[in-house]
Design a protein around this ligand. Structure first.
Ligand code: NZQ
Ligand code: ZN
Length: 388
């Protein structure tokens, strides 16, 4: 296991805290609020008016229309509005929370916020406004981490920024996620599962503490995602998914790991060029990445076999490579059952035109330090495997 420092001061208020606690929570930072939200979901389900009622005594400015895979233009608009606010309040999924975090970081930055997205040293030096969020979708972990993923479609880029700090307070009420449609529940669950895979398949050994925690969280997603998809109002399912999403990417299970994330680097290029839903891209890539790794390095079979045994309840008999193969097959079957297309053409990517360009950007993003190191040629092969 590697040495690490773990410090995560985000306060989580899980459950039914909003109506009694939002105003006091915000008031500790001031009374001028920038409310950031996405499309129409919070207006359809009543949350928008509920929050505005709670904010009756605050001076509120609004930035709506933050899109999935949030764009730098939304950050630019928010940066202008945030000059004279005390706190940024994000109400939405990971895209809204990510956008709000970068707006909070850019509020007192004099230049274009894209510089803060691409330059992590510059970002680390910024003072950042407090951020409070009301999360409406279980997926990214943005509610308890310093990451924020922002896209610039004009450059075909989707970049993971690092903020000086994460949200100060996150309201996680699973009841607010019951209106998430099945497709987004599936994509969010796949995102959680991928975050766990990216940290599980790692060369730091032995890191049984992290891998054991991850195995438990993986089993939780595997069990409850299909329940939430079939029965959107099932609060047991929504609660388990929501807390697992946070736990998967608040730094705890990644402590002591060493590898760069592979599927996320490859997926971010799919989203950058084709604007696909993050979790859907991950669902297509993950089993192909696993197969590529096992095919090229059979020493990985032992960890895939452990994954099969502890996560998928597969038997430990027979050659390790066969056990590993069975684990990959079980993963692919579970992902397919979530209900989204399992090839790139099935989600509207018709051909291989941009693969070389995408692979170069993905590989340059640290994939030489991945669990199984990948160069641009390898990434092209994995994208190609996703065509059928
Ligand atoms: O825009 P609205 O109308 O709110 O609708 C959203 C959006 O269409 C809808 N939705 C959210 N909550 C809802 C709801 N619909 C009905 N009822 C609700 N309660 O769901 C759609 C997707 O929302 P989005 O916020 O885009 O989803 P998600 O939370 O999966 O966030 C994805 C973004 O986060 C980034 C991804 O790359 C992507 O840009 N990530 C951020 C990470 C982080 N900050 O640590 C890590 C992740 O790996 C990921 O890269
Ligand atoms: Zn993700």
């Amino acid at each position: 296991m590697e040495d690490f420092i773990y410090h995560n001061p985000t306060e989580i208020r899980f459950g039914d805290h909003l109506d009694n606690e939002l105003t006091d929570t915000l008031a500790q930072f001031g009374h001028r609020v920038l409310l950031v939200y996405g499309g129409h979901s919070i207006k359809h389900n009543g949350l928008y008016h509920r929050v505005l009622d709670l904010l009756a005594d605050f001076e509120v400015q609004e930035l709506g229309g933050v899109a999935p895979n949030p764009k730098i233009d939304s950050v630019r608009a928010g940066q202008k509005l945030a000059q004279n606010v005390d706190v940024v309040l994000a109400v939405g999924g990971g895209s809204v929370v990510d956008c709000a975090k970068v707006i909070a970081m850019a509020a007192h930055y004099p230049d274009d916020p894209w510089q803060l997205v691409v330059d992590r040293d510059l970002a680390a030096k910024q003072s950042m406004l407090p951020v409070v969020d009301i999360l409406t979708l279980a997926a990214t972990g943005s509610e308890m981490n310093i990451n924020a993923v922002i896209s610039d479609p004009s450059q075909h880029l989707k970049v993971g920024a690092r903020c000086p700090h994460g949200p100060n307070v996150s309201f996680l009420d699973p009841a607010l996620t019951t209106t998430v449609p099945a497709s987004q529940t599936a994509a969010g669950s796949m995102d959680i599962f991928s975050h766990l895979c990216e940290q599980y398949f790692d060369r730091a050994w032995p890191n049984d503490a992290s891998q054991g925690m991850i195995e438990g969280l993986m089993r939780t997603v595997i069990t409850w995602a299909p329940v939430a998809i079939a029965a959107p109002d099932n609060l047991n399912a929504r609660s388990n998914l929501m807390w697992t999403a946070t736990a998967a990417l608040n730094g705890m299970v990644g402590a002591g790991t060493v590898n760069h994330w592979s599927c996320h680097a490859m997926e971010h290029q799919l989203s950058a060029v084709y604007d696909v839903t993050h979790g859907v891209g991950l669902g297509i890539l993950t089993p192909r990445w696993m197969q590529y790794v096992l095919d090229h390095d059979t020493s990985t079979a032992a960890l895939f076999a452990r994954f099969g045994h502890r996560v998928w309840d597969l038997p430990t008999t027979g050659p390790l490579v066969k056990q590993a193969q069975a684990a990959i097959a079980a993963t692919a079957t579970w992902i397919a059952a979530l209900g989204f297309g399992m090839t790139l053409p099935a989600i509207g990517i018709p051909d291989t035109t941009h693969f070389t360009e995408m692979a170069q950007v993905a590989a340059a993003n640290g994939l030489d330090h991945a669990y199984y190191p990948l160069d641009a040629n390898a990434v092209v092969k994995i994208y190609q495997a996703c065509m059928t």
